[in-house]
Design a protein around this ligand. Structure first.
Ligand SMILES: *[C@@H]1O[C@H](CO)[C@@H](O)[C@H](O)[C@H]1NC(C)=O
Length: 184
C-alpha cells in the first residue's frame, strides 16, 4: 500500500472503531439519554436537568439516579413550602392536601429511593412511581376544586417529569448492573 492508501485505511478503521464505541459515538451526556427516553417531555426535562451541575456531569447511571433523586427531593421540598404558603393566603382543601399528604409522599418516596438504590434497585424504581403519583394526585385535587394557577401546574409538571426521569435513570442503572453481571 502506498501512503495515501495507508492513511485512507487508517481513517476508515478509526471511523469504524468510533462508530462501534457507544461512549464516543453518542455525543450525549447520560442525562440527555434519559430525557430523550422521556418522549413527551424531552425539552422540559433537558432544561430542568441541565441546571444541576452534578446531574449534567454524571458518568454512570448509579450516580445519575442518585443526583436526579437529590434534585427531585430538593424541588419536592420547595414545592411543599410553596403549597404551605399558598394555603395560608388561599385556604383550600386541595392546596392543603398537596402541602401535606401528596408532597409528604413525594419527599418520603425520593428519600426511600435514594436509600434503596444500591441494594434494592427495584424498590427504588417503585419509589419513583410513588413520587409520580403524588404530583398526579395533587394535580387532580387542584383540578377537582377548579383552581386555576399556572404556578401550581408548573410545580406539579416539573415534579412529574423528575419522577419519570428518576424512573428511567434507575431502569438504565438496573440494565447496566445486569450487563456487567457484577452488581457494582
Ligand atoms: C394517589 O392516587 C392513587 C389512585 O387513587 C392512590 O392509589 C395513591 O395511594 C395516591 N397516592 C397518594 C400519595 O395519595
Amino acid at each position: 500500500m502506498n501512503s495515501t492508501k495507508v492513511s485512507y485505511f487508517l481513517l476508515t478503521l478509526s471511523m469504524i472503531l468510533i462508530s462501534q464505541s457507544p461512549m464516543l459515538a453518542l455525543g450525549d451526556s447520560l442525562f440527555e439519554i434519559i430525557c430523550k427516553d422521556d418522549l413527551k417531555e424531552t425539552i422540559v426535562c433537558l432544561q430542568l436537568l441541565k441546571t444541576d451541575p452534578q446531574i449534567s456531569s454524571a458518568t454512570n447511571y448509579f450516580d445519575l439516579s442518585i443526583f436526579i433523586m437529590d434534585f427531585a427531593l430538593k424541588k419536592g421540598i420547595e414545592g411543599q413550602n410553596f403549597f404551605i404558603n399558598l394555603g395560608k393566603k388561599n385556604p383550600s382543601q386541595a392546596i392543603n392536601q398537596c402541602a401535606t399528604i401528596y408532597y409528604n409522599s413525594i419527599i418520603t418516596a425520593f428519600k426511600g429511593g435514594k436509600r434503596e438504590l444500591k441494594e434494592h434497585a427495584d424498590i427504588a424504581r417503585y419509589e419513583t412511581t410513588v413520587a409520580g403519583d403524588g404530583s398526579k394526585n395533587c394535580s387532580s385535587a387542584i383540578e377537582a376544586e377548579k383552581i386555576s394557577n399556572p404556578a401550581i401546574d408548573d410545580i406539579n409538571d416539573k415534579m412529574s417529569i423528575l419522577s419519570d426521569a428518576a424512573f428511567i435513570a434507575v431502569v438504565h442503572y438496573e440494565n447496566e448492573k445486569r450487563n456487567n453481571g457484577i452488581g457494582l
